[in-house]
Write a protein that binds this ligand. Structure first.
Ligand code: FES
Length: 318
């Protein structure tokens, strides 16, 4: 592809993604939709937290939407290829049934992607909320088209229409994928917002012990790494300063039954391990070692974590 042509394609994609972020008229319906989602979760009663954790990926420590979204993309790509082969060199009824099955797998995966996507989207704001809604509308339209195609493929007289529907659905999915990528790579939705700084290798004093009140997060900096200290009875815990979900300042959080609670969207993090026990966060909050010595609280990185030369990832010693 010529350089100028590539630049034009890039400009079109950039303009389209930016335009979706400026659709302010979507704000009102999107907040209504958010309230509808919240209401939907209340229908699960006492199980609503478990359902949320499942949809947000809190149980597996990673957002599940990106993984689930690969199912319709893969299945519908395969269905498109099979349709092209069948058009060029007509195949058997069994071949067409296999194509229909492939399309159906994509429809099921797409439905799961819409649900998990909505669960993640409800915590976005402004530009990301608008672009996320357009992304969801395109995917839902693609789901409807491919579901109609799946249904029509059983009827001989509707085969051409069925192929047209799934082809259109595939096109919408591809267009929507650019918006989804933009949300992750540019706006960092679904990305871990906590620090990847390791903290000091050896204990350093950060606060007089008498200054740390019970159950009241306190912000400190150790060798340039921000963290919060929490006193829980006789134990002192040191955790990351930013919530992994969207970067809320954890110093504004509070304690609840052995967890520290994010002040923005109510994720719970275990005080000892840092693991998310309630979503929407899925990644853990970093934890550090903390101790009291000579009236001072000292912190250091967890044992077993060592620094690497610049450009390499941190290692856990075996
Ligand atoms: S910023 Fe959303 S749960 Fe913490």
């Amino acid at each position: 592809m010529a350089k100028g042509h590539r630049a034009r394609v890039g400009d079109v994609v950039e303009s389209a993604t930016r335009a979706s972020e400026r659709l302010t008229w979507l704000d009102r319906p999107s907040y209504r939709l958010e309230h509808g989602i919240a209401l939907g979760f209340t229908l699960f009663g006492g199980a609503s937290d478990r359902v949320r954790n499942l949809l947000n990926g809190t149980n597996v420590g990673h957002p599940v939407h990106p993984a689930v979204a690969t199912v319709p993309v893969g299945a519908w790509t395969a269905a498109l290829v099979l349709d092209v082969v069948d058009t060029l060199t007509p195949r058997t009824a069994g071949f067409r049934e296999a194509t229909r099955l492939t399309l159906g797998v994509g429809v099921a995966g797409s439905a799961a992607a819409v649900v998990t996507g909505l669960a993640d989207w409800q915590y976005t704001h402004d530009e990301t909320r608008r672009a996320g809604l357009v992304h969801g509308i395109l995917n839902t339209a693609a789901l409807g088209l491919c579901a109609a195609s799946w249904r029509d493929r059983r009827r001989r007289d509707q085969h051409r229409r069925a192929r047209l529907c799934s082809g259109l659905g595939y096109g919408l999915t591809m267009a929507s994928s650019f918006l989804g990528g933009n949300l992750v790579y540019r706006h960092q939705i679904g990305v871990d917002h906590s620090t990847n700084e390791l903290g000091p290798a050896d204990f350093v004093p950060v606060l007089p012990a008498s200054d740390l009140a019970e159950a009241q997060p306190h912000h400190v900096v150790a060798d340039g790494v921000g963290m919060i200290l929490v006193r829980d009875g006789s134990a002192i815990h040191a955790l990351g300063e930013r919530c992994p979900h969207l970067g809320a300042p954890m110093v504004d959080g509070w304690l609840y039954r052995g967890d520290v609670v994010c002040p923005w969207h109510g994720s719970y993090f275990d005080l000892i391990e840092g693991t998310a026990t309630r979503g929407p966060a899925s990644a853990p909050l970093p934890t550090y070692e903390a101790r009291e010595r000579n009236g001072q609280i000292e912190v250091r990185r967890r044992s077993g974590v060592r620094s690497n030369p610049p450009g390499e990832v941190s290692q856990h010693e075996g």
